[in-house]
Design a protein around this ligand. Structure first.
Ligand code: NAP
Length: 254
């Protein structure tokens, strides 16, 4: 359940906020009192998220962003400053999948796109967010990785490499900024009820197989990830930084 006013007076940026985990995280943070900048490559879907947040009584603004473009990311962060006066919290969540091919057949374009969005995008976001957080005397960041940040599966090389990269990037930033009041953590979801857009549609057989790989025997709900995002961003997690928190229904336990 949302914790009332946990983020009162705080400003949060959520990328990929038009769908899935991003929308659920934006919803949760707004319900807990944060002013939320909902950023997505699809401005209309970010706008829908904002409408929902406002209808529920939250403060929110939508912005179009392509996280693989550093100038676009700078502009999105500037919206937080312009609309709400600064930035305290960030959920660097936007991500894409690649075509399911083994390394020897994966297209260079497919590799480049996944690395650009999932890994370079997180770098561009933190690079733009951290100076704004330092102006406020600190902050907290959650970078959305994946179970593929600690293990891999065949035909997911670019995705796994990008998500492992997010974990290393998170640790380095945590070490660099811990002394200045900024906590940085990675979060590794297990398989969600809906795949990342662009990934192969799942047959019922595939879904059944995926369920069986999670100790809980089911796939995850976006709200379950949002709950962990909220905790990691909150003062309840004040001694947690540089970590990779798995929220994976036991996927990596085997
Ligand atoms: P999703 O429903 O596809 O949402 C991702 C959002 O990011 C979409 O709204 C998408 O917009 C947006 N986006 C894509 N490229 C972007 C870019 N360059 N700049 C800004 N926004 C962009 O996926 P999800 O399942 O919520 O995934 C969110 C994060 O969780 C991703 O990092 C993903 O890798 C990770 N994750 C997901 C799962 C899973 O099973 N779903 C498991 C582990 C980790 P468009 O719709 O217009 O493309």
């Amino acid at each position: 359940m949302p914790v009332e006013d946990r983020f009162a007076g705080k400003v949060a940026l959520v990328t990929g906020a038009g769908s899935g985990i991003g929308r659920a995280s934006a919803t949760r943070l707004a319900a807990e009192g944060a002013a939320v900048v909902a950023a997505d490559i699809d401005e209309a879907s970010a706008g829908e998220t904002v409408e929902q947040l406002r209808a529920a009584g939250g403060r929110a603004a939508a912005v179009a962003v392509d996280v693989s473009d550093p100038a676009s990311v700078e502009a999105a962060v500037a919206v937080a400053v312009r609309e709400f006066g600064g930035l305290d919290l960030a959920v660097n969540n936007a991500g894409v999948g690649a075509e399911p091919e083994p390394v020897g057949r994966l297209s260079v374009a497919g590799w480049d796109r996944v690395i650009a969005v999932n890994l370079s995008g997180v770098f561009y976001c933190m690079r733009a967010e951290i100076p704004r957080m330092l102006e406020r005397g600190g902050g907290a960041i959650v970078n959305i990785s994946s179970v593929m940040g600690v293990v891999a599966t065949p035909t997911a090389s670019a995705y796994a490499a990008s998500k492992h990269g997010v974990v290393g990037l998170t640790k380095a930033a945590a070490l660099e900024y811990g002394g200045q009041g900024i906590r940085v953590n990675a979060l590794g979801p297990g398989f969600m009820v809906t795949p990342v857009k662009g990934q192969r549609a799942r047959s019922e057989d595939v879904v059944g197989g995926l369920r069986a790989q999670h100790a809980l025997g089911r796939l995850g709900q976006h709200t379950e990830i949002a709950a962990a995002v909220s905790f990691l961003l909150s003062d309840e997690a004040s001694f947690i930084t540089g970590s990779m928190q798995l929220v994976d229904g036991g996927f990596t336990a085997r």
